[in-house]
Write a protein that binds this ligand. Sequence first.
Ligand SMILES: *Cc1c(COP(=O)(O)O)cnc(C)c1O
Length: 471
Amino acid sequence: MPERTTATAVPGAPVEPDEPGAADAAEAADPTGSTQDTGSTGSIGQLLALDRQHVWHPYAPMPGSADPLVVESASGVRLRLAEAAHGQRELVDGMSSWWSAIHGYNHPVLNEAARDQLGRMSHVMFGGLTHEPAVRLAARLAEIAPGDLEHVFLSDSGSVAVEVAVKMCLQHWRSLGRPEKRRLLTWRGGYHGDTWQPMSVCDPEGGMHQLWSGALPVQVFAQAPPSGFAAEPDEAYLAHLRELIGQHAHELAAVIVEPVVQGAGGMRFHSPGYVRALREVCDAHDVLLVLDEIATGFGRTGELFAAEHAGVAPDVMCVGKALTGGYVSMAATLCTPRVARGIAAGSVPVLAHGPTFMGNPLAAAIAGASLDLLLSQDWRAQVRRVGDGLRAGLAGATGLPGVREVGVLGAIGVVRLDHEVDLAAATRAAVRAGVWLRPFRDMVYAMPPYVTDDEDVARIAAAMCAAAREG
Ligand SMILES: *Cc1c(COP(=O)(O)O)cnc(C)c1O
């Protein structure tokens, strides 16, 4: 088995480095595996060899040191593997492909939207041209977003949406003659993406700040918000936020946080009261508030946007991940007329950003169809049902040795361990139970598609328990 770098090397990431893949681990640790599990053969073996040699995977070394599972197709909530792993050819997806495939895979409505748009044009440049899918999507996002987030910048990924948000905020102040307001404040435990500015506001311990110290812009960090969605806001912590923002207000362009759920930075829930407090303090000190809803948007936490738990609207909001129902990459940065006016007041009155694939018609058409699909059903009931199923299925996990806490919010389930998870062992346990999970750091978690039926939710919860027991 290849040597494993310690998972702590990149704990801020949604994944861990070069863990042995499940198939690998099976051979090493599970001599009782069925014969079809004894190794990749023929063309699949070849594919994996090429993968190892040529293909960079997330947070992975090159050449690769672990064999990923090869997925052949996906439909509904199931991933179909090219060959069985631990006796399973199909896995229920507990991850929604990093929280994006909320309607499941190969959905007839989204397929139709894609086919229809392909027949017109899959792409056309956005400079000097526009098209119905992007216009309708932007208008729809502005309509459903909290507050007066009227203006929409479409981009290709969540990290870019955060870059654009940061650029908007800095440029707003620069244009208003206050260029010294160019730092950001966030709280610890966050994750905002892997490009440069987002990295600078990721958790400094988990976000590889050490690797990049001296190179990344130095931002202002508050303590992580105390855990617990239902917990009363802690007065001392509120005072800490007020004091820190007040102290740095003269140099702060914006406060940027993930509202209510910190995702890839550690899957922690906090009181909406803290988000409310940030809104008040930012207003009092002339600092913009950016809410990164890339993980939490489109119903995942039980509200359409997590900001709604707090009853506040940000000045700038980022969405991504589930925007296209997990079909293709697209993200958006929304801002208020106030932010746009500030930018327009400058000597350079334009937002100097324009990705080649900005407003991509294919992605926009699918995103529009995905939003229609979501809003045409009782998504709130679906999310609640998935959450209830996870809660019921995870009830037994609380007593397991090594389990510190179990939490469910919206359609998110988290089992936190008192140790760093053994990724290979946990993955193997989940795959044996017929479920795809991707634990990280000290937790096993699931964010299933909203369409996951009760039986499959129970299966995901059972797999989480097995992963927690064996990981
Ligand atoms: C995933 C994520 C991002 C980054 O999005 P990418 O599409 O991976 O670039 C940013 N912020 C949050 C909160 C995320 O969960």
